[in-house]
Design a protein around this ligand. Sequence first.
Ligand code: UT7
Length: 357
Amino acid sequence: MSSSPSVGAETTRAAPIQRPTAAGGSRFGVRISGSGSAIPQTRLTNKDLEQLMDTTDEWITQRTGIRTRHVFKHDLGETTARLATQASMAAVADAGLSPSDIDLVIVASMTPDAPTPSVSCMVSSALGTQKAGAMDINAACSGFVYCMNVAHDLIRGGSYRNVLVIGADRITRHVDFSTYGRATAVLFGDGAGAVVLRRTDDDTKGLIAQAMFSDGSGAKHLYIPASKADFPDGDAFEERKIGFVQMNGSAVFKFAVGTFSRLIEQTLESAGIGPTDVDHYVCHQSNARILEAARERFGLPPEKLHVNIDRYGNTVAASVPLVFDEIRRAGRVREGHKVMFLAFGAGLTWGSSLWQV
Ligand code: UT7
């Protein structure tokens, strides 16, 4: 991988955050009314990985915090659309709705089952919506957060009433489970998470602040080459890398630590609140050390910044909704809470979504 300077520096700019879109200026608020998740049946422990490659449970646990992850199996029919559908069924039921109430399906994914049809079309049909609109958005690990922002504003604008937002990825399709691929193989897992966003007359509910950013100059740090032409300058072409995740781990690590801090600061500033005013930080799970750095930086107690990477690894766009569904189902997200969703990922992309729930 190339050893170019940290992309963190490129993201230190005092970027103007998107203006808050919450209360005031619209007749409608937006409520997070239901959530659901789905993970493949097959669990791979660090000990299992020791059998597949030259690695150790100790190395993986200490460097990443990951202990197990779930991986799809073709012969169990675990496609991206199937996982997304399972998560969606749970979310729609949790919201007390039927699929025919959903009028738009938005899926965040960078691993659709095929270039077309979209995952969202397959989910919409499998659920049995009444021909709801359907679209996929690829912002890698930031995808779900981006989709929350997009869905919110479509509802607040008055065009949609009930929007299903899903994060679903089968990233282990692009993982080389051998010693050659060990630097990335140990990090990833598969899954899907979904929420139902509903229009409400209570206009205090919804986004307080949001942000979406990208920096394509950092694309070289995290990519999946489809052909020789996709190798960035400085990365030697190797046939066996085609189709597999390539990552400059230390560059992404530095980017992530810096980005999380700045994103939290900017989002809080935009909302005019302090770090401890937020009840839940629902962050992309890519490395426990990255999450811990953010937690320490803002002096947050562990019960405010949630970590489940130990059980799922990095599930790309599914990562944020998997955390949210877990804490919501545990009864930890309550009426009146403030919830900040945060993610960063390939592209590079990063974004936040701060909600009054
Ligand atoms: O959503 C996508 C975003 N991705 C991320 O956020 C990932 C960010 N980066 C990271 O989390 C960390 O950089 C990693 C966990 C990927 C790597 O941790 P690190 O502390 O930066 O390790 P390293 O890459 O510097 O590697 C240290 C050593 C190397 O050996 P030498 O050169 O010191 O002899 C690696 O070859 O660890 C070796 N190594 C491994 N050893 C055992 C790399 N992977 C493994 C492995 N098992 N799986």
